[in-house]
Design a protein around this ligand. Structure first.
Ligand SMILES: [Zn+2]
Ligand SMILES: [Zn+2]
Length: 144
C-alpha cells in the first residue's frame, strides 16, 4: 500500500463498522507514536497515525471524543470504543487518524517513529519472541 499522492482515496472503519471515514489525502504525516498518552489511550504499546487535513476527511457514524489534555481531542466510536483520531490545537491544520482503522491496515507502512524516549522496552526484543501464525492453543507456560 502506497501512502503518496498517487493514492486516490484513504478509507477506514471502526471495529463494529458503524463509523467509517475516507479522504483523498494528501497525507501530511505517517508515523508511529510511542508517547505514554498514546499508549494509554489505545491500550497498546504504540500507535500509528496518518495525518490529513481535517476538511479532507468525510466521516459517517457516531463519533465522540475525549479531551485527554487541554485542546487535545481523542475521537472514538460511541458504540464499540475503537480509537479513531487525535486532534490538538498544537497542530490546527491536521487530524491524525489511527492507521489501524485503515480498511487495508495490514498492508500499512509508517515512515517515521516519534517519542522514542518513551518506547516500551519490550519492543526491542519483539522480533526474538516465538511466533504463531494463528492464536496459540493450548496455552503454554508464559515464562513468568
Ligand atoms: Zn464502532
Ligand atoms: Zn503520542
Amino acid at each position: 500500500m502506497q501512502l503518496d499522492h498517487e493514492m486516490t482515496v484513504l478509507a477506514g472503519h471502526c471495529l463494529c463498522g458503524r463509523v467509517s471515514w475516507s479522504s483523498p489525502g494528501p497525507v501530511t504525516r505517517n508515523l508511529v507514536c510511542h508517547c505514554e498518552d498514546c499508549r494509554r489511550a489505545t491500550s497498546s504499546p504504540f500507535t500509528a497515525f496518518v495525518g490529513l487535513a481535517p476538511e479532507s476527511v468525510v466521516w459517517t457514524g457516531d463519533v465522540n471524543h475525549f479531551e485527554s489534555s487541554r485542546g487535545t481531542q481523542r475521537g472514538f466510536c460511541r458504540n464499540c470504543g475503537t480509537r479513531l483520531y487525535f486532534r490538538s490545537v498544537k497542530w490546527p491544520g491536521e487530524i491524525h487518524i489511527h492507521a489501524a482503522t485503515l480498511d487495508k491496515g495490514v498492508d500499512y507502512r509508517p515512515t517515521t517513529q516519534v517519542v522514542l524516549r518513551s518506547r516500551a522496552a519490550w519492543l526491542e526484543d519483539l522480533h526474538t519472541l516465538p511466533g504463531c501464525l494463528e492464536f496459540e492453543a493450548p496455552p503454554r507456560d508464559a515464562g513468568s
